[in-house]
Write a protein of this length. Structure first.
Length: 345
């Protein structure tokens, strides 16, 4: 397969549960060796999309394929082509790492002599050979993540789907995880990675898909998505008193003419807003704040990163409610997971 040949293709994917639309006409394409960062607030439709791609859920309409295999009609082939690592690590008590991998190798249909060789290979790839005789349930979270990746590599799939692989890892373990994923991409694997750790995700992704409320809001390279936000300035105003937050937000919203682009944090005593107004005009806002008796200790422009792009794109697509959802971390992933699980049992 050529390096630029598409491996994962979704075309018009829609998934409805009664009157609820979990996925709304989603289309994307991921090529061989690319790393797709698939991001969105909880309940956005990520789990639904992944369930369809791995053959566990049928779309209401639209199509999806992996390396030419249809995700609905050829689910057995999909299982051979895809390796999926969920965000929770399932393990059995009193099972050593090599026994754990041998169990799954057998489940994948690998013959005994082939399993031994393949287990040694995936342990070396994930730098986990030294832990092969340790009990899985006694491993640290970072070690378990490496064993989890070793597991999904056993049958040598073309596509790896990883749900929050860096979640809960310490800084050193995150670096190791990042390097491992990049090595896998260099080896020709196609990766789809979900994560809420956006700065980390930006370091490994070739392309990014941002989804909210089942709709794909942005898709492209990190630079392309950043370019959609860079037209606006991201400004922070650090207040001296938290009780002036509402007044400060009102003044800023009136100045830029769009209250949906203003957010405030009472805990941080911070007002954040986006605007296309040029830098010299922001001096007028400073004067208005001072004239209104608003005390602030800092007024600065913040460099745009993927997290800013995410907030901007989702806010444009969903309004202020989406931004509140992102900030709080609240959502309905659990409901989404339960619905998907219920469909496949």
């Amino acid at each position: 397969m050529k390096a630029d040949e598409p491996v994962v293709i979704a075309n018009g994917l829609t998934k409805q549960y009664g009157e609820f639309t979990a996925l709304d006409n989603l289309s994307l394409q991921v090529n061989r060796g690319q790393v797709l960062g698939f991001i969105g607030p909880n309940g956005a439709g990520k789990t639904t999309t992944i369930s369809i791609l791995v053959g566990l859920s049928r779309p209401t309409s639209g199509t999806a394929s992996v390396a030419g295999a249809d995700c609905v009609r050829d689910t057995q082939r999909i299982k051979q082509l895809v390796g999926f690592m969920p965000d929770t690590f399932g393990a059995y008590d009193n099972m050593r790492v090599r026994e754990y991998l041998d169990f799954f190798g057998a489940a994948y249909g690998l013959r005994r002599q082939d399993r031994r060789k393949r287990i040694a290979e995936v342990l070396e790839i994930t730098n986990a050979t030294w832990m092969q005789d340790r009990f899985v349930d006694a491993l640290s979270h970072g070690m378990k993540q490496r064993v989890g990746i070793a597991r999904i590599l056993l049958h040598d799939p073309q596509v790896l789907i990883l749900d929050e692989p860096a979640n809960g890892l310490d800084p050193a373990a995150r670096i190791e995880m990042r390097e491992l994923l990049l090595r896998l991409a260099d080896a020709g694997k196609t990766l789809i990675v979900t994560s809420h750790i956006l700065p980390e995700l930006a370091r490994i992704c070739n392309i990014v898909a941002i989804i909210t409320h089942g709709k794909l809001r942005a898709f492209g390279t990190v630079d392309e998505i950043m370019a959609t936000v860079n037209q606006e300035r991201m400004v922070e105003v650090q207040l001296g008193k938290a009780d002036q937050l509402v007044s400060a937000c009102d003044i800023v919203a009136n100045f830029i003419g769009d209250k949906d682009k203003v957010s405030g944090s009472e805990t941080e005593r911070m007002v954040r807003f986006r605007t296309i107004r040029p830098e010299d005009e922001l001096g007028d806002l400073v004067e208005q704040l001072v004239s209104a008796g608003i005390r602030f200790t800092q007024f600065r422009e913040v460099p745009t990163d993927l997290e800013d792009a995410f907030l901007s794109v989702t806010a444009k697509g969903s309004g202020r409610d989406a931004e509140k959802l992102i900030k709080s971390g609240a959502g309905s992933d659990e409901q989404d997971d339960a619905v998907a699980a219920g469909e496949t049992t």
